[in-house]
Unconditional design. Sequence first.
Length: 345
Amino acid sequence: MYSIRRRRVLQGALAAACSALVAPGRAAAHPTPLTAYLLAYFTDESLPDGEQIYFSTSRDALHWTDLHGGRPMLVSHVGERGVRDPALVRAPAGDKLFLLATDLRIASGKGWDTALHRGSTAIIVWESGNLVDWSAPRRIDIAASIPGAGCMWAPEAIYDDQHGDYFVYWTTVTMEAGQKRGRIYYARTRDFRTFTPAKLYIRRADDAFMLDTQIVKTAHADPLLRYVRVSGDGIFEASDALLGTWRQIGDLAHTGKAGQLEGPILFPYNQSGQWGLWMDQYKAKKGYLPLVADDVTRPATFQALAADRYDLGEVKKRHGTVLGITEREFAALQAWPGQGATPAA
């Protein structure tokens, strides 16, 4: 009896220790320390392969090395045969990863008006158990049920431990009350194959065009700050639940770049407790601007890094995602032979 009880105590202590390794804001526990970072992104619609998925890795989230010689790592042969705005999501057990992307290829010559108002309403999904071996891309139309949907852009997802599923959200252009605007919608899934019907999620009071939102889970003691989200308009909001009441807690006006940024990447640093925020300087066509803060719930503390503090690599990076990875995952990515396109679906 003593040995059984002692074993249970030791097992409980080990589980607690593993949980303590979870970085703030991570959707679910990962039992192995996260020691490096993976950046997934697309680059430039003017390039033949610019609207595909590229990978870069880093030890410190500041200095990045482009993988596969700066060529695409994943290529979509489904839908519009182009992908943008990738988001990486780790499963609760840490044994599976999903990559979501916008089904869009501007390089095909369709133009932005068509892409916005008569574009694909589908999501492109890959999945992997190790960040190296990926499934073929699958196309799932999850926004077509929205009346008058014109597109499905910038999908993101976060694991909702209160409901035991993934909360997926994105931008769709719709006509409501005589106004054609981009608004944020959401759906739920457990497997990234079947989804609940899409519902309206974020609509500003002035019904301004909404584009690009990212939600992170914090470790803050105040339950009203359990979740923080930042949108392409630079506004930060907080809530105690994904479908709770969101209140504004700040913005990026202090950076002097309000209205000039989009595609936020908000992520926790693995060990330091700091937070990174990258904003795509799309108007200036300069790629990402990295910012850093000690407290994600205090947006005014985010400060842009001096140019000599970081190196984003050779390839220009557009609207992507940063994921904390393990030492084994980092090594596997460096050693990935023939890193390149997935087979056609």
